[in-house]
Design a protein around this ligand. Structure first.
Ligand code: HEM
Length: 141
């Protein structure tokens, strides 16, 4: 993840859409894990803690990334550390896709009409960049 990876327009779409969500982001996080486990029951056994707290931790991390998009180099080390911890949690690289699809869908459902095609594309790109960085890879479009 570097400072030229996202266009100004993509950053604007992501930051604006997230700002309209922030007051409800905890709710989105909780709905997200319910959905994730419905669609991928085997994911649930990886989680040991309280899922409300987990929902809060996920959305706080997403907020940090969204706010850091203007200077991604500052947040890269934290994302790489997060990725290393996920290895230790037993998360496999293949699990990232389903996690991201579910996350973007939950954000989309929450925002409804405000979530247009360009906004969705920008979020999908953000998630892919984030997931590759966590897995220790470089994103190649
Ligand atoms: C961009 C993607 C992701 C983000 C931003 C994210 C974020 C987080 C955060 C902030 C935590 C709290 C603990 C910590 O900071 O180490 C966490 C824990 C965890 N995440 Fe993720 N995560 C992502 C992807 C995934 C995926 C794909 C899985 C696979 C199912 C997963 C499974 C877990 C597990 C098992 C824990 C530990 C829970 C526990 O100890 O009870 N995460 N994640």
């Amino acid at each position: 993840m570097d400072s030229n990876q996202f266009t100004k327009e993509e950053i604007k779409l992501i930051q604006y859409s997230f700002s309209t969500l922030t007051t409800k982001s905890k709710h989105v996080g909780e709905k997200f894990y319910t959905r994730l486990f419905e669609a991928n029951p085997d994911f649930a056994k990886l989680f040991k803690g309280d899922m409300k707290e987990q929902a809060g931790a996920l959305m706080r991390m997403v907020k940090t990334v969204v706010e850091g998009l203007n200077h991604p180099e500052i947040i890269v080390p934290a994302i790489q550390d997060l990725g290393r911890r996920h290895n230790e949690y037993g998360v496999s690289p293949e699990q990232y896709q389903a996690f991201g699809d579910c996350l973007v869908q939950c954000i989309e459902e929450d925002l409804g009409h405000d979530f247009n095609a360009a906004t969705k594309k920008a979020w999908q790109k953000l998630y892919s960049v984030l997931a590759e960085e966590m897995k220790g890879n470089k994103y190649n479009g």
